[in-house]
Design a protein around this ligand. Structure first.
Ligand SMILES: Nc1ncnc2c1ncn2[C@@H]1O[C@H](COP(=O)(O)OP(=O)(O)O)[C@@H](O)[C@H]1O
Ligand SMILES: [Mg+2]
Length: 211
């Protein structure tokens, strides 16, 4: 299974850099946390790794292949970056079925199993417009993990979850880690992720440093 490498990555918007010269090696079977205050660049960093943005300088590799050059984005990736734009008039199940049609890797059975894993199966046939914020977040996590990706990128995954939900998602992520997944989490609250992570990085003063 592939690792991710950031080589001297700098990201600028206009002429202002968000971070500079970031070098990281991220390995499967680990959960990595990225923390820092609002606006410090956590989401931008995850977007760069996901291939949704390009570095201003430096390069990001999925194993030996450069993202944005050899690959548009990591080939086996589950992503929860923004609140997913689910269709309000469709049920949770219909939304996930619709997304699963892109890759045609899984069907209704796997989706239902995944919805069970994140305790949203009871609302599978309910319209997403009627979901609470926490329920939408669970559906977003289901969406990210349903195709069993090798790389899982979750931005503020605990947002909107109650204490029970946080514990459930923690256990789920630890299970995925045991199965040798590479998991990246960003959060502005370090408690959420500190206990989960094998390594935590803090974004401050344009640097990404180990905590
Ligand atoms: N597409 C963009 N264009 C210009 N500036 C951006 C863009 N995305 C993020 N930024 C800026 O980059 C900085 C880091 O943002 P972000 O990664 O979202 O922070 P956070 O750590 O809260 O997730 C912020 O100053 C934000 O305004
Ligand atoms: Mg953010």
């Amino acid at each position: 299974m592939q690792k991710i490498k950031l080589e001297h990555v700098t990201k600028k918007f206009h002429r202002e850099s968000i971070f500079e010269d970031v070098c990281l090696d991220l390995f499967p079977g680990n959960i990595y946390g990225f923390i820092g205050p609002n606006g410090s660049g956590k989401t931008v960093l995850l977007k760069l790794i996901a291939g949704l943005m390009r570095p201003s300088e430096g390069a990001i590799y999925w194993d030996s292949q450069q993202i944005g050059k050899d690959l548009d984005f990591p080939p086996s990736m589950g992503l929860l970056i923004e609140t997913p734009g689910f269709l309000a008039n469709y049920s949770g199940m219909q939304n996930l079925l619709y997304l699963a049609k892109i890759k045609r890797k899984i069907g209704k059975k796997e989706i239902m199993d995944t919805m069970e894993q994140v305790s949203i199966a009871y609302a599978a046939d309910r319209k997403v417009g009627k979901y609470s914020l926490g329920m939408k977040q669970r559906l977003g996590i289901a969406q990210a993990i349903m195709e069993d990706p090798d790389l899982l990128i979750l931005n503020e995954p605990m947002n909107g979850l109650d204490q029970k939900g946080i514990v459930e998602i923690r256990n789920l992520l630890l299970e995925l880690k045991k199965r040798n997944k590479l998991i990246l989490l960003a959060s502005h609250t370090r408690e959420d992720i500190k206990i989960l992570c094998d390594m935590v990085f803090y974004i401050q003063d344009k640097k990404v440093g180990k905590v």
